[in-house]
Write a protein that binds this ligand. Sequence first.
Ligand SMILES: [Zn+2]
Length: 132
Amino acid sequence: MTESKEIRYTFCAHCNKEVQVLVSRGTPRNGQANLQETDEVVCLDFGDRCDGEICPLSRFRPVVMGVRLARSGLREEWTTVRAECEGCGLVSDLKVLDREHAFCSLCGTTNTWMILEFDDRGRVAVTGRRSR
Ligand SMILES: [Zn+2]
């Protein structure tokens, strides 16, 4: 099965601007150019402003788009947080998806995370179970 990918521009109703998306074609059924249920859209403009309840491009919570982008490896520059991953147990630089979620590139687990602040010795990032 060949999977085709193409860069498209589409209007994001939440960000109120044109965004760049990578469309991964699912199995084409009838050769139409329209988006299908099996197509996955990865928004390349995912960022801090994606804070709404629902991302209009994925129709999921915005963090889902962040996970897709992190998994795709399309973005080089990520804010990272050094913490232990709930999935693999290794300490690595987790890609920060939003204020609550961080993605482990090693095993693909989405962690919840938060920063604990201490009076005496700075801050530490702690991870938690993935919330659904
Ligand atoms: Zn991991």
